[in-house]
Design a protein around this ligand. Structure first.
Ligand SMILES: Cc1cc2nc3c(=O)[nH]c(=O)nc-3n(C[C@H](O)[C@H](O)[C@H](O)COP(=O)(O)OP(=O)(O)OC[C@H]3O[C@@H](n4cnc5c(N)ncnc54)[C@H](O)[C@@H]3O)c2cc1C
Length: 431
């Protein structure tokens, strides 16, 4: 009897999940597993929780939804907590599994964990096979080797769009043969040493974790409201659920894949016509790919103060009070404050807001950009290691921005993007 473990990580979905499909095809029975990795709940060197309350809630919901969807197919989710290299090994022994199937990682810490699991499994004569499942373009289909990927997004995008194609999606399996899997027990808030966040009525959107909610959101944004057809005009907005797709949290947790989104964009275009907006969502997903591939190319460099640049920039201040004012929305700029309060109270901030608060942190406060990135890591519901550290390095002038010192005129930005002050009123009036 061939038994496989599918180790779910940030790919908490059934649709377009190559690891799951391959495990089913190659085995007689499959045991789906999720491990709450204790390292994800530690405090970082910058003093923040690695995973804050908002993302923890989204994760718990996503794991529950995955379990429910797996049970509909005759399976279920085994939930573990601890060190993956110990917990996955125990499960392999318990089920006498010959192989573990999982998503392939790109960032340093995640790769280290993957390596530790592989070493532990090797001792048990069990193989770990990994699959690239989180990008739009498959790494192997790129028209360059990883080390030759252009550092400038436009060069990367043009050549990739011209020379590479996007692979089709893997459909949801029709059934999964598994041993009896006991009802799932997820960690409590106390176990995670975190607090269930309060509901905030001013939130741009009430995020709910899981593949079911991700697919509902896609259906709403594309087919029900046809917001996709005006995305390019609305995407710089700051108030409400529909100025942008809000797919980020589901993408970050892998509740939906970028290829599944692409697949539905193509369907939408057939039914409703293609325009600049329908293309622009693909363009933005390419930014996401770009930062992932940059992480493959530069590995740990994105966590250095000098980023991927060889020159040494001037040293920056590390002021506790400036950091606290920024976090708590008490700076001298009402536009920055409104954005930072939105992040603090909801775990989300618009792309326009993120660019401004990061520029303010680096240029006005003259702070070490990595501290800002670490706060975002803790607080963002959609935190994604490559998108976060890649964008921060970009704005700090040590990443992939060919202009290097990008500087946002905050007052002008507020006038352009919050002309009548609606966004600032929302977050500053009843604070
Ligand atoms: C300083 C800073 C930090 C950021 N940190 C993160 C992060 O941790 N996680 C994250 O998903 N995004 C991050 N972003 C990118 C972007 O702000 C968010 O993806 C976006 O605001 C999420 O809202 P949306 O899904 O409605 O975006 P939409 O405008 O609807 O875009 C669709 C999707 O395209 C991708 N995308 C859009 N813009 C970018 C971008 N600049 N870089 C990478 N991908 C992009 C996202 O997956 C997004 O969900 C960051 C941007 C900045 C400036």
């Amino acid at each position: 009897m061939k038994t496989a473990i599918v180790w779910f990580k940030t790919d908490l979905r059934l649709l377009d999940n190559e690891a799951l499909v391959k495990a089913i095809a190659q085995s007689d029975q499959v045991v789906p597993v999720y491990c709450f990795d204790e390292a994800q709940f530690e405090t970082t060197t910058y003093g923040f929780n690695k995973t804050g309350n908002y993302r923890a809630q989204f994760l718990l919901e996503s794991v529950q939804d995955l379990d429910a969807n797996l049970r509909k197919l005759g399976s279920g989710l085994v939930v573990l907590k601890g060190k993956p290299e110990e917990e996955i090994a125990k499960i392999v022994l318990q089920y006498r599994a010959q192989k573990v199937f999982a998503k392939r990682e790109v960032a340093y810490e995640e790769k280290q964990t993957e390596k530790k699991v592989q070493d532990a499994l090797f001792k048990l004569r069990c193989e770990l096979e990994t699959f690239s499942t989180s990008t739009l373009y498959h790494a192997e289909d790129l028209p360059f080797s990883i080390k030759d990927i252009p550092d400038v997004f436009t060069s990367f995008r043009k050549k990739t769009e011209f020379d590479a194609t996007i692979r089709p999606i893997f459909e949801v399996p029709t059934a999964i043969t598994s041993p009896e899997i006991a009802p799932m027990e997820i960690p409590s808030w106390k176990d995670l040493d975190l607090k269930k966040p309060k509901k905030e009525s001013r939130a741009a959107i009430q995020f709910k974790g899981g593949e079911t909610a991700a697919l509902n959101r896609l259906h709403y944004y594309f087919f029900e409201t046809k917001q996709l057809s005006v995305y390019k005009e609305t995407r710089n907005g700051m108030v409400g659920a529909d100025y942008s797709s809000k797919f980020s949290a589901w993408l970050a947790m892998g509740c939906i894949s970028p290829r599944a989104i692409y697949d539905q964009i193509k369907k939408y275009e057939k039914e409703n016509g293609a325009n600049d907006s329908t293309y622009w969502l693909v363009f933005e997903l390419l930014w996401r790919d770009f930062f992932r591939f940059m992480f493959k190319k530069y590995q740990t460099k994105f966590f250095l103060y000098t980023g991927i640049q060889p020159e040494k920039p001037i040293s920056k201040k590390a002021s506790e009070s400036a950091l606290s004012q920024w976090i708590n929305g008490k700076t001298d700029s009402d536009f920055i404050n409104a954005n930072m309060l939105e992040l603090k109270k909801t775990g989300f901030m618009s792309n326009r807001g993120r660019q401004n608060v990061a520029s303010y942190f680096c240029n006005e406060l003259q702070m070490d950009w990595r501290m800002g990135a670490a706060y975002f890591e803790s607080q963002l519901i959609d935190y994604d290691v490559c998108s976060n550290w890649g964008n921060w390095a970009y704005l700090a002038g040590v990443g992939n921005d060919p202009r290097k010192h990008r500087y946002f005129n905050i007052e002008k930005q507020a006038k352009d993007y919050d002309k009548d002050g609606e966004f600032r009123k929302l977050w500053l009036l009843e604070n």
